[in-house]
Design a protein around this ligand. Structure first.
Ligand SMILES: [Zn+2]
Length: 172
């Protein structure tokens, strides 16, 4: 039987966004991120990240730099006994420097392509899943994928949203 999962936006949801984030020296968790991720691991719920990285298309950093940043992120999570199952990224951007990277794609949020791709790969039921992010495009991508979407705002604390997400997934 397929299970639900939680899909997180990366920048300003799990990781502090201080500009284009690809330098390991700039890596910092958001407040509550580790607590929130641990809650999910303890509940046996799979965790994914779906992130727009249009800086690649804009030529501001390379896929290799982003991959190194993600390797670091996963290693920092592991130190806290947290497993993040997979990370999907969209390298495209409407203002990308090459025509190939500027094409309208199915992955750049608010498109739901990254969630669908991960759900296929990992046998996840999107109807039982939750998307959490700080931007309207995260919420729209989650809804279009068939998930419940929860928005992180200045007035909400990530572990509280995750508590709500666990309830939603367990009742589904
Ligand atoms: Zn894309």
């Amino acid at each position: 039987m397929k299970k639900g999962a939680v899909f997180f936006d990366r920048d300003d949801t799990l990781v502090k966004d201080t500009g284009y984030m690809y330098k390991i020296a700039d890596f910092q968790w958001m407040d509550g991120a580790l607590v929130a991720l641990k809650q999910l691991c303890d509940a046996g719920i799979a965790v994914f990240i779906v992130t727009n990285q249009g800086g690649i298309g804009k030529g501001l950093f390379t896929r290799q730099q982003m991959q190194a940043f993600h390797t670091h992120l996963l290693k920092e999570a592991k130190k806290a006994d947290i497993t993040i199952t997979d990370i999907a990224y969209c390298p495209h951007h409407p203002e990308a420097v090459t025509a190939e990277m500027a094409i309208p794609c199915a992955c750049r949020k608010p498109e739901p392509g990254m969630l669908r791709q991960l759900a296929r790969k990992w046998d996840i039921d999107l109807g039982q899943s939750v998307m959490i992010g700080d931007r309207p495009s995260d919420i729209e991508a989650g809804k279009r994928a068939g998930c419940t979407a929860l928005q992180l705002t200045d007035d909400t604390y990530l572990p509280d949203l995750v508590t709500a997400a666990i309830d939603i997934i367990k009742k589904a």
